[in-house]
Design a binder for this molecule. Structure first.
Ligand SMILES: NC(=O)c1ccc[n+]([C@@H]2O[C@H](COP(=O)([O-])OP(=O)(O)OC[C@H]3O[C@@H](n4cnc5c(N)ncnc54)[C@H](OP(=O)(O)O)[C@@H]3O)[C@@H](O)[C@H]2O)c1
Length: 291
């Protein structure tokens, strides 16, 4: 029996890499890279530039996938603020092109959006809460969501919380950044006043692949079950890895100058997702034991 084809954009990234690894058992996997070519057993690695509509057409029309999981993104918040045009081309316009192609090909599209579509004033956001991004990354991802809803009947907008865990191919997660700095003897300043619902990358990939096979259409929040600030998360990580916590120092968002404004509390209500999925979304205590 021939396997169905799945196209994972951003296969060379943190989330895409985990999807590539997991999907191989069941799917004929095509995965894209841009600046970082990779090879992975049993996977077709394909070059694609999301800033070039002709290139996106070329890749998708050649593969004719049954499903696309769109993880390709310009995900650096501060770079997005400094390069607004590039941010829009990659995060909004390319998403629109993929939505149109998916519609033409009768292909299911899972789009990884972000908790940054919220302004952070409320916290514990559910899927029906109004979006109001405060930085360009969030605005472009929100624009991507709108383009998908406008033109793709078989869609899932999977809003993803802060991701942690070890990369499979490459990509830098929040927990890796903390561990790398500490291992190099450097101090890590972590916000004690920003709240998220961190999710383990392997757990996220499992949830996304479960979603591929469900008939669900709409928006879902994919986060871990705990709301936590970055400082508390960092202390728990250090404790579990038996690393001295003296290099982890609390900071407040107002004391750090960043190009992109950060929202205060973009934690998720994940009850709708948990009702739908068999995959249990782990809290950070459970998740950190697995890395
Ligand atoms: N990581 C998080 O904490 C987090 C939180 C919320 C939402 N998300 C969302 O989850 C998804 C995956 O995030 P991630 O952490 O895996 O991102 P990542 O590690 O930064 O990977 C980004 C991917 O996009 C590709 N890419 C960048 N520019 C491109 C271009 N011009 N053309 C084609 N591909 C390009 C990169 O390819 P190369 O490396 O080969 O250049 C890489 O494969 C994104 O949609 C992101 O917005 C992530």
């Amino acid at each position: 029996m021939t396997m169905k084809k799945i196209l994972i954009t951003g296969g060379s990234g943190l989330v895409g890499g985990h999807l590539v690894q997991l999907a191989r058992a069941k799917w004929d996997v095509f995965a894209t890279f841009y600046r970082h070519p990779f090879s992975f057993s049993g996977v077709h690695a394909v070059s694609m530039d999301l800033t070039r509509p002709d290139d996106v057409h070329r890749v998708v029309e050649k593969i004719t996938p049954d499903v696309i999981i769109h993880c390709g993104a310009l995900s650096d918040l501060d770079l997005c603020e400094k390069e607004p045009e590039l941010c829009y081309r990659i995060n909004a316009e390319a998403t629109g092109i993929l939505a149109e192609l998916s519609s033409d090909m009768d292909c299911r599209l899972i789009y990884t959006s972000t908790d940054m579509v919220f302004d952070g004033q409320k916290g514990f956001y559910s899927e029906s809460d109004k979006t109001r991004p405060i930085n360009l990354y969030g605005k472009a991802k929100q624009d991507g969501e709108e383009r998908i809803k406008d033109s793709c009947p078989q869609y899932v907008i999977a809003r993803v919380a802060l991701v942690y865990g070890r990369p499979v191919i490459r990509g830098n997660s929040f927990s890796e950044k903390i561990l790398n700095r500490i291992q190099n003897g450097k101090t890590v300043f972590l916000f004690e006043d920003q709240y998220r619902s961190p999710i383990l990358v392997a757990n996220l990939a499992q949830a996304l692949l479960e979603l591929v096979e469900l008939p669900f259409v709409g928006t879902l929040h994919l986060g871990g079950k705990d709301r936590v600030d970055r400082y508390t998360f960092g202390l728990k990580l250090a404790e579990l890895k038996q690393i001295p916590t003296s290099l982890i120092v609390p900071s407040r968002m107002q004391d750090v100058e960043t190009a992109a404004p950060r929202p205060l509390d973009v934690s998720f209500d994940i009850s709708k997702t948990q009702h739908l999925l068999k995959t249990k979304l782990l809290g950070y205590h459970e998740g950190l034991y697995q890395i």
